[in-house]
Write a protein that binds this ligand. Structure first.
Ligand code: DGJ
Length: 718
């Protein structure tokens, strides 16, 4: 049993294979957090934790209690998980225990992406019901415990059982109080083309907020935070990860308090959230996946990878090997015609590529980015024979055909906008701020969502399209909806996300054979929410191999390799101007979902031969790369060498990359991880190493490597 309740001590023990999470009810029937960390046995929990922690908790004032779901207004002055404006104008909420239910399996979350069970036995769920006796608000805290995967998923459902409307001003997915303040925390910050740079900071007295107010998870902060013991690194120490399964505005806060306590909260961003909850209504928060690791960041990441690959991503591609593609964006930008596309595809076919993806510019009159979004009708000037004809020509070459869309957007210069100027997010009387010369369709409206579903579906029905790249290239401004009254404008952002999720659910379920990839100006919406619908994401618009070492390394902090899209592009690189060898570009891109994004018809013979070999190699190893266990070995943020490895069954792949050569650098050995110390592993050159030697002594890295060079070493357990 993953969840046990001891009626005498009134303690819940949520146990996974290697971790325990403990909640207790005190004499006032408040739900208090007692413990999260390494696995404890039930008797330990009942006998040791109960008296000590409970005693400490109810003897002192509220502001040092470790609340399981803290509220505003009764003496806890830290960040609340719940903040509710009551009908009489105050925002005091007091939640106490009103019952619980434990069952096997996990229910889907109404309208929201969430981790799921393949079999009911995958998880056990605790629904802990808390009630505000005065207002009739009930909050049901959901804890789904995935025993084998060592993960706990949390969310909250607000139910109004009173007779007056309430307003939700904050509704976190999870809040956890840690005893002690001697922690660091890690989050992923960035910008366009420089996404997800890890930043590690000490917990101090005060509040640190990682957030998006953009209506999308964003390039700037990823919806993830990890609290770490001071000694934690990639392989050692305690790490507590919080990953939010949501794609809109979010906040994750880390707060150190006067009484040496650290509170971590993650959920919807309260900044502009204001949701009316009428009597009889309920509101479901997004879900957070929480992972504890006692062996540093790598183990936390591996747990997220397994969870998200196998219990978040859905559909036939979730666990399948991904096709190697050629995308025409950096090859042609908007300047292509049918013959150019077929020329690139033909060169791709010669290299063994499997999928051609036609990017932006195929519709309306889109020769640059100032028009036509919303008009999803093929541009006959560029493609006079239509999409169906082109897709079939590509199919005849022996490749599948994929297509780019940006369905959430509208260009002011479009037939759609001229017909429906009120279909975009806007505030009447105010200028509509444009970004990339476009506006955002108002997906809080059902009619707009239905339009998108039909517009995209009819294109998908019109031609043999096997892949969709779903792009989204700007964030929200002047957030307002023409269909909502003034009382409900604070709901637009979240209603947009619910609309988007309905659109994605409908389209992806209607076209189960299509592989969907999400994208947002590169990796501006790389989050677990979208992985529920689309099992891979375009990682960054920065395709420079050396920059990609960093971006892919830190994206893997939370997200599985099977989610990470990675392409070989031309040199000098379009974003950095850097020139790197074709081999290195291939080796970096092959460490994710491999593809190409350059004019293949212009490749030199040498580069063509190198790329062709890489494609052959990728076909041999992609199962291990995309579905195996990934370990980060040497960080691109720390030294001149970056290294990572993949292991699946008997197959082991070590990749290492020299960023800049250093004179008189000491001989390098790369210590591998997670191998069988007593087994032997044969490299392709015939050398046999013991697992123990590879892990303890390390693999002898090639010391002759030049700047930007790479090596991929294949080993097999013998
Ligand atoms: C942004 C994406 O990240 C690019 O890959 C490309 O699809 C462009 N949009 C097209 O406008």
């Amino acid at each position: 049993m993953a969840i046990n309740f001891d009626a005498q001590s009134r303690i819940f023990h949520l146990a996974t294979a290697h971790t325990s999470y403990v909640i207790g009810l005190n004499e006032e029937s408040q739900a208090l957090h007692l413990y999260w960390g390494a696995h404890l046995s039930d008797p330990d929990v009942w006998a040791i934790l109960a008296p000590r922690q409970m005693h400490a908790s109810f003897e002192v004032e509220s502001c040092i209690k470790a609340f399981e779901y803290p509220c505003h207004g009764t003496g806890d002055y830290r960040t609340p998980a719940a903040r509710v404006l009551n009908a009489d104008g105050n925002s005091v909420t007091c939640l106490t225990y009103a019952g619980h239910e434990i069952y096997s399996g996990k229910k889907p979350l109404d309208g929201l992406p969430a981790v799921y069970c393949r079999e009911d036995s995958d998880a056990e769920t605790l629904e802990l019901r808390l009630k505000d006796e005065l207002t009739g608000l009930e909050v049901v805290l959901n804890y789904s415990v995935f025993e084998e995967m060592d993960v706990i998923c949390r969310s909250a459902r607000y139910e109004n059982h009173g007779d007056k409307s309430l307003r939700l001003l904050a509704g976190a997915a999870a809040s956890v109080d840690f005893f002690g303040k001697d922690y660091d925390f890690l989050h992923l910050q960035g910008a366009w083309a420089r996404e997800r740079v890890p930043e590690r900071l000490p917990v101090t007295h005060g509040l640190y907020s990682i957030e998006s107010r953009r209506g999308a998870s964003g390039h700037q902060h990823n919806p993830f935070v990890a609290l770490m013991s001071k000694n934690a690194d990639e392989f050692n120490g305690d790490v507590y990860g919080f990953s939010l399964i949501y794609s809109g505005s979010f906040a994750a806060t880390v707060e150190g308090t006067a009484y040496a306590c650290t509170r971590v909260t993650i959920g919807l961003n309260p900044y502009s959230f204001n949701w009316e909850l009428k009597p009889g209504e309920s509101f479901q928060t997004p879900e957070a996946a929480m992972v504890y690791s006692d062996k540093g960041l790598n183990l936390m990441s591996q747990r997220y990878h397994t969870l998200y690959r196998t219990h978040l991503c859905r559909g036939k591609y979730a666990l399948a090997e991904r096709p190697i593609l050629i995308n025409n964006w950096e090859a042609t930008y908007f300047g292509f015609n049918e013959e150019k596309i077929v020329e690139i595809a033909r060169a791709g076919k010669e290299m063994g590529l499997e999928l051609f993806v036609l990017d932006d510019g195929w519709f309306g009159k889109r020769d640059t980015d100032n028009c036509s979004l919303g008009d999803w009708v093929v541009d006959k000037k560029k493609l006079p024979n239509g999409l169906d004809h082109l897709a079939k020509r590509i199919n005849e070459l022996g490749m599948k055909f994929g297509l780019w869309f940006e369905p959430e957007m509208v260009s002011p210069d479009s037939d759609l906008y001229r017909a429906h100027p009120d279909w975009c997010i806007h505030v009447p009387g105010r200028a509509r701020t444009q970004a990339r010369q476009q506006l955002i369709l108002d997906l809080s409206r059902a009619d707009v969502c239905d339009y998108i579903i039909e517009a995209v579906s009819s294109v998908l029905r019109s031609a043999p399209i096997s892949y969709v790249k779903w792009d989204m290239n700007r964030n929200m401004t002047e957030i307002g909806s023409a269909l909502l009254d003034s009382e409900h404008q604070g709901e637009v952002e979240h209603r947009y996300m619910l609309g988007l999720y309905r659109v994605l659910e409908t389209i992806t379920q209607s076209f189960p054979d299509v592989l969907f990839e999400s994208c947002s100006g590169g990796g501006g919406r790389f989050d677990a929410g979208l992985l529920y619908y689309m099992p891979q994401t375009w990682t960054s618009d920065d395709t420079d191999a050396i920059e990609r070492l960093k971006i892919q390394y830190s994206t893997s902090m939370v997200y599985p390799i099977s989610a990470i899209g990675s392409h070989v592009s031309a040199v000098p690189n379009h974003q950095t101007g850097r020139t790197t060898p074709m081999q290195t570009r291939c080796d970096v891109a092959m460490s994710g979902n491999f593809g190409f994004e350059l004019d293949l018809s212009k490749l030199s013979e040498d580069d063509m031969a190198t790329a062709k070999k890489a494609v052959e190699l990728c076909k041999r190893i992609r199962g291990t790369v995309q579905q195996g266990e990934f370990t980060r070995l040497l960080s691109p943020y720390e030294g001149s060498m970056t290294a990572w490895q993949f292991v699946r069954g008997d197959a082991v792949i070590l990749c290492y990359f020299k960023v800049l050569n250093v004179p008189a650098e000491p001989l390098r050995r790369i210590k591998m991880k997670g191998l069988d110390p007593d087994a032997h592993y044969r490299a392709e050159d015939g050398t046999v190493y013991s697992g123990g030697a590879l892990m303890n002594m390390g693999y002898p890295a090639d010391w002759r490597m030049r700047d930007f060079e790479s090596r991929v070493i294949l080993l097999e357990k013998v």
